[in-house]
Design a protein. Structure first.
Length: 316
């Protein structure tokens, strides 16, 4: 078996691997089942039920809590949809839902209830849409994970953006550098061909220093050498990274791998994620204390995304 292409898809297989007590109910009823790549599971400390990586991926009964304000469309994706798979929230930028798939299922995911559209004809739809929207200068490939697609589809999708002179910046949001870096390698030849005059940006999604390893460092180095600007965004998650120490360690380790911290997001209030919530007052206090530990360039901006607002909202 090629362990690098292996995913834990059953709770008790995952718990047994981690030498943790098995769950009574292995068939957790969820439309968003467990999925953890072996590469990520290896980074979880065995026998530790509070491991910060484990808490991001282990389904809990808490996901059934109904809490006011936690909805199926927390950031107004539906209202921002221009065409199936193409969203515009902010001036000059458009976001492409490249795929519904991810290598990992993060329990706090803001799109866990999103109604994904088929993507087969997305490259041609994007091409047409951009031709009639010359004011859009930046394309953001999101998902799902835009790197969790076949090389041929990925190439067609990126080309449909790159061929437009109006596109000056091409940005990818991905968790693959820490969840399945081997899989990303198959896209490197395409990513390396992005012309230098189109600013290529990778925004990695890393929430804890323990997620970063030698493989993520290698991928980041390769992309940096190919001209990519590397930024990171994190989500502030209760029990995972809601301490000054965890946030400072994350910033330092990102920087040691050539990545600058960009945003620290307050949790998007997706239905079934309320157990991860950190209050705004605690978040602000954490960031203010983190600021005293770090040089300014390693302090991310603490923001919340509010549906229908024309930019992210800074909290301090
Ligand atoms: S990688 Fe991103 S889109 Fe995919 S499950 Fe995690 S948070 Fe959601």
């Amino acid at each position: 078996m090629d362990n690098n292409a292996f995913y834990f898809k059953k709770i008790n297989d995952f718990l047994a691997f981690l030498e943790l007590p098995l769950a009574k109910n292995d068939c957790f009823s969820s439309s968003f089942p467990i999925q953890v790549p072996f590469h990520y599971a290896k980074k979880i400390e065995k026998g530790n039920p509070l491991d910060p990586l484990l808490l991001q991926v282990l389904p809990l009964e808490d996901e059934n809590i109904e809490k006011e304000g936690f909805t199926k469309d927390p950031v107004g994706d539906q209202n921002a949809t221009q065409e199936p798979g193409i969203l515009q929230k902010y001036n000059g930028r458009a976001l492409v839902i490249s795929t519904s798939a991810c290598s990992i299922h993060c329990r706090f995911c803001f799109r866990k209830n999103f109604k994904y559209e088929p993507t087969t004809s997305l490259p041609s739809r994007l091409d047409k849409w951009l031709a009639s929207h010359p004011d859009v200068s930046e394309i953001i490939f999101s998902g799902g994970d835009p790197f969790f697609t076949s090389p041929s589809f990925f190439e067609a999708l990126t080309e449909s953006a790159l061929r437009h002179k109006s596109i000056k910046t091409i940005r990818f949001h991905s968790r693959l550098p820490v969840t399945e870096p081997k899989r990303l390698e198959q896209l490197l030849s395409i990513l390396k061909c992005i012309p230098a005059q189109k600013n290529a940006v990778l925004v990695s999604h890393v929430n804890h220093a323990q997620e970063l390893d030698e493989e993520s460092k290698t991928i980041f180095n390769t992309l940096r050498e190919s001209g990519f600007i590397l930024l990171n965004q994190s989500v502030l998650l209760r029990g995972v990274n809601d301490t000054v120490e965890a946030l400072s360690d994350l910033s330092h380790k990102l920087f040691s791998q050539g990545v600058l911290p960009y945003y620290l997001h307050q949790l998007d209030k997706a239905k079934g994620t309320s157990h991860f919530e950190v209050s705004d007052s605690k978040a602000i206090c954490l960031l203010e204390n983190t600021r005293t530990e770090l040089p300014g360039y390693l302090v991310p901006k603490l923001v919340r995304e509010i549906a229908n607002e024309k930019s992210k909202t800074p909290l301090c």
